[in-house]
Design a protein around this ligand. Sequence first.
Ligand SMILES: Cc1cc2nc3c(=O)[nH]c(=O)nc-3n(C[C@H](O)[C@H](O)[C@H](O)COP(=O)(O)OP(=O)(O)OC[C@H]3O[C@@H](n4cnc5c(N)ncnc54)[C@H](O)[C@@H]3O)c2cc1C
Length: 291
Amino acid sequence: MRSDVTQYELAAPPTLDAILAKLATEPGQHMPIAGGTELMVALGVGRLPHHSLLSLQHLTELRFIREEADSIVLGANTTFTDIRRSALIAAKLPLLAQSASWTGAIANQNRATLGGNIVNASPAADNPPVLLVYGATITLISQSGTRTLPYADFHLGYKKTALRPDELVHSVTIPAQQDSHRPYIRKVGTRNALAISKIALAGLASVENNILQEIRLGAASLADRPIRCTAAESALAGASLAPDQLEETVRIGRAALALEAKPIDDIRSTARYRSTVAENLLEEFIRSLAV
Ligand SMILES: Cc1cc2nc3c(=O)[nH]c(=O)nc-3n(C[C@H](O)[C@H](O)[C@H](O)COP(=O)(O)OP(=O)(O)OC[C@H]3O[C@@H](n4cnc5c(N)ncnc54)[C@H](O)[C@@H]3O)c2cc1C
């Protein structure tokens, strides 16, 4: 049933401090809203429990892409259009440029923010797998200060995150030195834009003398949250890509991923389909590294 919008309030306290003060003094009573692409859908179908929304959209201090000595920092309010248009991101973080470019269609990308994509905590979201393989950290801000944690520790379960009710996402920091790694990314959905993925895999790998020195894998829709596929990563580290051993390496990777995949059945796909497609994507990545 559609919501009665007169039952909702949208406030835009002018400063970040004023918003943090409200979150601290009335914990759990207000919901931040950035681009609103997710929350407005929830409102439209009568599933938005919070009746007091606090707009973050005007907070330009949360909207930036900055290069620091050894990292690139993106503010939570950075939109996917900002990311897609950034020459720095295209040059240094091509996986993020790609995932941003298929996060919904252009109208969505003009409003949707990186912070909203993260906090919405959908296991199918497009950008978390990339942040996971890039080894990002996330900085959270509250009235009592900031805290930074590995992004891999942020997603705790289905739609559950480490964010406290008095906190906002401030920014995401990604190490800039990813150049020696070979990238892979693929989203399998009904369409790329405007369709949440049935399955997505992002990867980075370093190869020397036909040996997989390191492989990092991040997946969407393979568990109740975005995950690093650490079992498949460990099984593949040190594996050979030489022509006579490639089939065995593919077999090892597929078997390890099959064991750790815990996808769900839902209206978009079955768990079995998701597992098989994820294995196929991993195989495609491994074979691409051998050439
Ligand atoms: C038509 C359509 C297509 C879509 N396609 C895709 C797609 O292809 N891929 C994909 O991944 N997603 C997709 N989405 C989902 C959505 O657009 C993204 O998740 C988007 O990034 C959400 O960002 P937002 O700024 O609009 O978040 P909002 O709707 O404003 O908020 C989402 C959640 O994040 C919280 N939040 C926002 N910013 C902060 C912050 N700084 N600190 C703390 N909490 C915060 C809000 O309280 C809320 O819980 C689609 C949505 C629609 C409606």
